[in-house]
Design a protein around this ligand. Structure first.
Ligand code: FEO
Ligand code: CA
Ligand code: CA
Ligand code: CA
Length: 579
């Protein structure tokens, strides 16, 4: 087996049928095990999970967070050892405000806001394969990074920049970490997505600035932390939000290290930050997940080893580009460089830091192409083609978003000029349209492979493309959206050379499937199940008061509650996952 397997087919497993059952299903011949659900103590002497959600904010700081998302496995040791022992690093995108406290969140308190902040961020957990499967082990590497962990910022927007001077002199924390990236030098990149939802104010006279408006900052925001903690109050402490929207670099092997926000990669709602190398340079692709927003690419200024040899970060030196997709199937990477094109002093731009703080406005000015919610991006090993999920959206007046509206989403693909990921032009194509041909005759999926709202995308080392879905509960339950035959969220495997597609996993009710990685031997796969039981406003009066009526995965304890978790998948014959 392995890369270059010649005739051997990439997909060898029996397909998993679509379902609306409250269970996690994998193909016959495979086994799934639940690992580190929300609330698992990071160390065995840490605070035990309390199933009535009565753990305190201080407890939550020492437990695995909630809403598991992007994830990477860093092997510990070489060869076989590295596939039996490693460090899982995973994002905790958000938390459920009704499930996280015994009495819900109708009454907001400082303790509740602090607990919510502690449930966010990143978990670093050493794991090992034993006789009874994989388990969390005590390790000095185990660490929680939360919304209050001390951090710094590097690049053109440094810690001393006037726009970074908030009430707290210390830059702290990371929030809404969706997908992720891994650098060639072995660090983890946590990406800050919907950070705007955490800032708000009760000050009726407050109005957002144009920059704040472009990022969707509103007074009446979802998390009501601003009601009890001035840190999150957009009127009282307006610069605090400038500390979010970045890519955060974390060294999982140095538990005392300070995470660094890398301003050179821009300030957007970073879905993820997938990296590759070309001509010795680091190249990082990142989507800005909002209907009508863009895809970006960062290209290092020189071979990354050279920058590292000087003791500097390759992520601090380079150029940020935004994508323009032309209707003729070609595209251009437009540089977001101060002084170039429209980004001049004459047009109101101060310097490169200003361009990066207001990345979205800079990309608007440059003429980027609006897309249907760009989510994960994946680079095909060997060929270096780039695939991106456009999960769903309203559809825009361009050929790269061909459906209007686009409730099912699609996957696009591009080849950089000369196969060089540092190039400034590319050729693009639509790789596949998701959906159900019963509702849209442009969809070419077989009945047994129907899916919608692709989100997670990841290539394993053999070249299988893993596709994970995030259909919102409101779409699932809205007959207009055409999701009636698609069932719960799923993960599929695809052979990109033949287009062959097969459903590999279905998740519990109300959950999205996100985050996937294997051990280096590809015989263990880790997948995240996020927000089982998530309620939906669409159900309105029919909405069950207790989310357990939707899902109580994975514990199925009538007194417990649904929990996000990592799932470990192995093949019963010990083979490579997917074969
Ligand atoms: Fe957090 Fe765009 O998904
Ligand atoms: Ca999510
Ligand atoms: Ca996502
Ligand atoms: Ca999503």
């Amino acid at each position: 087996d392995g890369a270059g397997g010649g005739e051997r087919k990439l997909l060898g497993f029996p397909p998993v049928p679509a379902t609306d059952e409250d269970a996690l299903a994998v193909p016959d011949g495979y086994t799934a095990q639940v690992l580190i659900p929300w609330g698992t103590p990071l160390l065995s002497d840490g605070p035990e999970w309390r199933k009535d959600a009565s753990n305190s904010a201080a407890d939550a700081e020492r437990q695995v967070g909630s809403h598991h998302d992007g994830m990477h496995y860093f092997p510990l040791g070489k060869g076989k050892d590295g596939s039996r022992r490693g460090v899982l690093v995973l994002n905790h995108e958000y938390m459920d405000r009704t499930l996280s406290y015994p009495d819900g969140d109708e009454e907001m308190t400082r303790e509740k806001a602090d607990k919510g902040a502690a449930m966010h961020g990143v978990s670093i957990v050493q794991v090992e394969k034993g006789r009874k499967g994989w388990r969390r082990v005590d390790s000095e590497l185990n660490r929680r990074i939360t919304a209050t962990t001390p951090m710094t910022v590097s690049g053109p927007v440094g810690p001393d920049h006037p726009e970074m001077q908030a009430d707290d002199p210390q830059i702290r924390g990371t929030i809404n970490n969706c997908s992720h990236g891994v650098t060639p030098w072995g660090t983890y990149l946590a990406c800050e997505e919907n950070w705007n939802f955490y800032f708000g104010t009760t000050d009726a006279s407050w109005r957002p600035t144009p920059a704040q408006e472009r990022y969707g900052v509103v007074a009446d925001s979802d998390y009501r932390w601003f009601e009890v903690d001035p840190r999150w109050d957009a009127a009282v402490n307006p610069k605090e939000m400038n500390r979010f929207g970045w890519v955060v670099e974390i060294d999982p092997f140095r538990p005392d290290s300070t995470p660094v926000k890398r301003s050179r990669l821009g300030r957007i709602k970073h879905e993820g930050c997938v990296t590759t190398e070309a001509r010795g340079r680091i190249v990082a692709y990142t989507g800005d997940d909002q209907d009508g927003d863009y895809i970006y690419k960062f290209v290092g200024a020189e071979p990354w080893r050279k920058t590292r040899a000087r003791g500097e970060s390759p992520l601090d030196h380079g150029v940020l580009y935004v994508a323009r997709f032309d209707d003729d199937g070609t595209g251009r990477w437009l540089p977001l460089e101060f002084g170039e094109g429209p980004l001049t002093e004459e047009n109101g731009w101060k310097d490169q830091a200003d361009v990066l703080l207001r990345t979205r406005e800079a990309a608007d000015a440059a003429g980027a192409t609006p897309l249907d919610r760009p989510e994960w991006i994946a680079v095909q090993p060997g060929r270096q083609d780039v695939y991106a999920s456009l999960t769903n959206g309203s559809g825009w007046d361009n050929a790269v978003t061909p459906r209007k509206p686009n409730p099912y989403g699609h996957i696009i693909k591009w080849t950089e000029e000369g196969g060089d990921n540092t190039a400034t032009s590319f050729a693009w194509d639509i790789f596949l349209l998701a959906g159900d041909p019963a509702h849209d005759d442009r969809v070419e999926l077989d009945e047994e492979d129907l899916f919608g709202s692709p989100d997670g995308l990841w290539f394993d080392a053999d070249g299988r493309l893993w596709i994970q879905t995030d259909v919102s509960n409101s779409s699932q339950n809205d007959p207009e959206k055409g999701y009636d035959r698609i069932g719960n969220n799923a993960m599929l495997a695809c052979d990109p050379s033949t287009g062959e597609l097969r459903r590999f996993l279905t998740g519990p009710r109300g959950a999205e499937i996100t985050g996937v990685v294997t051990t280096p031997d590809r015989r263990t796969m880790f997948v995240n199940v996020q927000h089982p039981g998530e309620d939906t406003p669409f159900w309105g009066e029919n909405s069950p008061e207790d989310p357990r009526a939707v899902s109580n995965w994975p514990d199925f304890d009538p007194e417990g509650r649904p929990r996000s978790a990592t799932v470990v998948i192995t093949k019963d014959d010990g083979g490579v996952i997917g074969t």
